[in-house]
Ligand binder design. Sequence first.
Ligand code: SF4
Ligand code: SF4
Ligand code: SF4
Length: 782
Amino acid sequence: MDLDKLLETGDRCIHKEPPTCVANCPVHLEIIDFIAEIENGNFQNAYKLMEKKIPFHQIIGRICDHPCEAHCERSKSGGAIRISELEKAVLEYGAVKPKKAWPLPKNKGKVAVVGAGLSGLTAAVDLDKKGYAVTIYEKENRLGGRLWDLIGDSLTEAILLQELKTIKDKKITVVFETAIDVNRLAELQTEYDAVYLGTGEWPEKIALNPATFQVGEATLFAGGRLTNENDSVVFSASSGRRAAISIERVLSKVSLTDSREREGIFETPLQFDSSNQPPSLTIPKTAPLYSQEEAIAEAKRCFKCQCRKCIEGCVHMRKYETSPDAYIRQINHSERIILGTHYANKMINSCTECGLCKEECFLDISMKDVIQETRESMVKRGKMPASAHDFALKDMAFSNSSRFSLVRKQPSKEASKDLFYYPLISFSDYVKGLYKGTGKTEYLFYPGCQMPASYPDDIKNIYEYLVGHVNGDVGIYLGCCGAPADWAGQQDLMAENVAAIKKVWDEMERPTFILACSSCMRIFEKYLPEITVQSLWDVYLKEGLPNKDYLKTAQTLSIHDACGTRENSDLHESVRKIVAKLGYRVEELEYTKEKTKCCGYGGLVYYANRDQADAFVSERIGESQNDLLVYCTMCKDLFVSGGQRTYHLLDLLYPKDNVELATRKMPTFSERQQNRGRVKQILLKEIWREEAMEVETADTYQLIIPEDVQKKLEDRYILIEDIQAVLKNAETKNERFCNPETGDFLAKLRRQNVTYWVKYAKEGETFIIKSVYSHRMEIVEG
Ligand code: SF4
Ligand code: SF4
Ligand code: SF4
């Protein structure tokens, strides 16, 4: 994994970039934190933030010309946040006594500051703190310069005097009533290591670097009103502070210019979308100063501007309280350390790889791609915990085994005469399907592995429909597209699977695949672009809906698009048209079509972190009061398991009598595999008239499994055939413990990397399963 590229992606994320108000505050008060403290009524904490960032905060906090407010995002919807008024309120309600600072030894050099206005005083205090011996030269007999002109309701004389006392308290030398002229300045430059000029006016034009405040190449620096065209008080203070940084850099012989792009006012790369935020008007002052309640109310109006676009849509990032920048740093960390961390591994396996983040991001940052690459790297480095995806990969192996997998051409004209042909009535749709008997497979129906697991009875219906409607021979191919291997980061396995599909495609003379599952569509797009595919739903729309008695309820449904279809806008439209043809109204969800959310199955999260999958389910079903309509079987199964009435498109196209379709529960893991096997049996028997093959089955013992144990089977990914195997081993080899008090047996058996425990009782020929447990071994490479 290219970690430098990874970090670059993380650096592009603007989540942590400062809001426009902070970028336009010359001293960068942490405005969001400051406002959040006020909002919580913590005026003292807010005060400490002012103290930390604003020089002479007791003065500037009262008279600041607040350039921040002119750039506030709130301006467009109710008026800028009155940051300067909030500062005044904080000075009133939150002031705490300053901590006594112990003076540092002044051994780093000597600096002269000319002019005791705000910029000079700021430079002097900052340099004093840094350990320089500072001498201030002031032409008047008092400190403060033009601050005296700003005395008024806010800044009183008493406060000004109190603040200016700092200079005396710090024992900074001041030489009063000493005007410095051009000649004397030249002398000061030889007497001192550096000179700061903050006189407001100067007889000569001064050419200085606006980023460093250095005059030419010299040890002379200037700031304050000399460099400040619009007279901004806060800019004056900031220029003094930045010049002090320059002086320190020059005197300590480090680069004067490195990493200083963000001093003073700068342009923030943050983009904040406030379009969805309701307007809210500025809180008016009912007295010269905001009351605490008014200040809190004003603080509440602040958007706390931060890019959270992708996070808002992603329950995974919210659950882990992370953002792409931090997430990527965490991945970088666990990629660099030898063992990986359990926490990071679990987090990485809890992203559904749904791709919504990229869709939402201003900068196209895709956590889906980052996570996929990370999983692949974890597999390569032997750091992927086997337990995370073990069951899903075994389930995939099942689907590609002879128990489910099947490839067949359409039966010959002769053999299928009574199967597909309908009375030849010229106005019937079915006429189109008259089998021409070319023998060349033009189409291959590939229903995937989840649809046969959840809708075993419909696969034959669909196949018959296709043969009856599509022009050209339609074969069938049962198997798994490899989505589990892809999501698990198992690239070798994925490559094998892709090769197997390609082989069938070639052998069948390269037919068009008709796909019914959104995960298959995604996999074919990603790994098999050479194969032409068509969605089953597009076929229905094009060829006409099957002639069935549809559910005629004229209900309003909300369509949930599977996340694998995100980029397939044609498919979104086809599905909506079918639903409209069936007589339903559609209400769109907030996140829909290319911005759809994941149901919680994606990325194998359902297997790696069930809590996280549940959170996806509940967030999605919480979005609508209507019944949902989906066209991916896993979406249906998960939403129903979350308690949401959900139809699959097949429920509407092939309704069954006496079944409450919208609440039909997800088959268990064992039932899913049995269903797949059954689909194969039905097709072979009823379409190809082939002898039913031998079904390998371990179903030998009669079992009673109470509901609570059934739930455990699902939670621990245990199949009935695993239980049968444990019982067989226990009963035939007598490898079991008996509890003499209860008469219960406890038996265990290791199958591949999983050990299963079964507690059971026997009643005649029946086994009552009392409890089950499984443990998946981690394969530790060493
Ligand atoms: S809304 Fe708040 S965070 Fe955003 S610019 Fe205004 S003050 Fe700053
Ligand atoms: S891919 Fe989906 S689940 Fe993963 S981080 Fe992006 S939005 Fe979240
Ligand atoms: S949308 Fe997400 S990834 Fe993109 S910049 Fe914002 S926080 Fe970062």
